[in-house]
Write a protein of this length. Structure first.
Length: 460
């Protein structure tokens, strides 16, 4: 009895650890994939097409439809066995034109200086000039302390992007609350406008947009992000002046929702056709740039992995889906629709990987999965190390595959490239093709393809 119990307890783990032991055949196959991608890889050329011929492609825009058509056509050209479009309703936020924020006077003296700003995504504005005195605060705690001073002011949040945090996505995560909720927090105490410091560690004066949401209980005031150098200037000015006047206007509005699509290519599994591995990136981008790193890189990684697996004649055991998700940036409707459809069809999703952290030099992967599964996956590290993967951590995944985890508890994986330069360009005008390096982009695809091969071979 004891012996049986012992076996029951340890066989599954023993089995897993045995089956994930890297073999020489795996190393040879991953080298083959790598050689294919580094010599014949199409990811960089595809990124050129997506960024230069389609360009910025915010959900609901004409460019979104162009990107969808490009996605279908390109998957077909690359030899996808099947390609489909999965419909979902997407929001249609339009920035409009003529947004501005200017300093108009300092301590009662007229002094005009234009600030480099971008309205936050989803923010509303009727284009009317809002002119008010600035109230500059470092964070929500200071806003709370000074809430009696807020009424009728334009609140500036000097939210810092914590330089001491080496993993820049963590610094982004912490500062992100000011972009998402700053306007409503300020409006709660009567502010008439809101400006936040751009979420970046860069010193270039480029402002960085990104999604925000209003709390319906408070007035929907205009909300903008200001470039880092102008942010420094505003902050120092606010410290030494008793009254800084700002005038600002934004023109954002929502048109009725429209139908967008996830673009899905699929290779059917030979042994476990009903068990699905998903790999994807998001097809939409912000409207002010070409969405090259965010997330053109993830889109072409996804396409390149499919192409390379086909090119080397790989027949997966599990069904692999290659998904270009709709509307990650300001609604997550694509990822939600993908999980909802999977639930409706009672599908079995065994693993999902997203590439949405840029096209920089690969460093590793991060997982949201049971600790023993991550521990087992770490046995694959020696196989991927020659191509740049040096770490496998928790906790990670991707926004678009998050709903799969919430629906099925599917293990998630996020591709982790070097993150030090990502927030220089993220959601800024500078997220363009020219800022992506071909070699780094292709190496990303090598590591993702290698991991997907291992997951398919050994399960996860
Ligand atoms: Zn993204």
């Amino acid at each position: 009895m004891k012996k049986i119990l012992y076996l029951l307890l340890f066989v599954p783990f023993f089995g897993l650890s045995q089956s994930t032991e890297p073999s020489n055949a795996d190393a040879v196959f991953i080298k083959k994939l790598s050689d294919e991608i580094l010599t014949n890889g199409k990811a960089y050329d595809l990124l050129y097409e997506l960024t230069k011929k389609v360009g910025g492609r915010i959900a609901g825009s004409p460019a979104m439809y162009k990107a969808e058509a490009w996605g279908v056509h390109t998957f077909e050209q690359l030899g996808a066995p099947s390609v489909s479009k999965q419909a979902c309703q997407v929001p249609r936020w339009v920035r409009g034109s003529g947004d501005y924020a200017n300093i108009t006077s300092i301590d009662g003296k007229k002094q005009v200086r234009a600030l480099d700003v971008l309205a936050l995504g989803n923010s509303l504005g009727d284009g009317k000039k809002v002119e008010a005195t600035l109230l500059a605060v470092q964070n929500f705690e200071e806003l709370e302390k000074r809430k009696d001073e807020v009424k009728g002011k334009i609140v500036y949040f000097n939210n810092s992007f914590d330089a001491t945090i080496v993993k820049t996505f963590e610094a982004y995560g912490k500062a992100g609350q000011y972009r998402r909720n700053g306007a409503s927090q300020a409006a709660k105490y009567g502010a008439v406008g809101c400006i936040i410091r751009s979420l970046t560690s860069s010193t270039a004066n480029d402002p960085h947009t990104g999604g925000m949401a209003y709390n319906d209980s408070f007035p929907k005031i205009p909300a903008q992000a200001v470039g880092p150098r102008d942010a420094d200037y505003l902050w120092s000015l606010a410290k030494k002046s008793s009254a800084v006047k700002i005038s600002m206007a934004t023109h954002g509005k929502f048109l009725p929702d429209t139908t967008g699509h996830n673009i899905i290519a699929e290779i059917k599994g030979s042994q476990f056709p009903d068990e699905i591995i998903t790999i994807g990136g998001h097809l939409d981008s912000w409207d002010v740039n070409e969405g090259a790193h965010d997330d053109g890189a993830g889109v072409v990684h996804t396409m390149e992995v499919m192409r390379a697996l086909r090119a080397v004649g790989y027949q997966p055991k599990h069904t692999i889906r290659f998904v270009l998700f709709a509307n990650e940036e300001n609604g997550l409707r694509g990822g939600s629709a993908y999980a909802a459809a999977a639930k409706e069809k009672n599908e079995k999703h065994i693993f999902a990987l997203e590439s949405d952290e840029g096209g920089f030099t690969p460093r590793g992967f991060s997982f949201t999965a049971a600790p023993e599964k991550i521990a087992a996956a770490k046995r694959w590290l020696p196989l991927l190390k020659p191509y740049g993967t040096s770490s496998m951590d928790d906790v990670g995944g991707g926004a678009d595959i998050g709903p799969l985890h919430r629906t099925f508890n599917t293990p998630l994986c996020g591709f982790l490239p070097d993150s030090q330069r990502y927030f220089d360009v993220h959601h800024a005008r500078s997220d363009v093709f020219e800022n992506v390096n071909k070699r780094e982009l292709l190496l990303g695809a090598v590591n993702i393809a290698g991991l997907i091969y291992l997951v398919d071979t050994y399960g996860f």
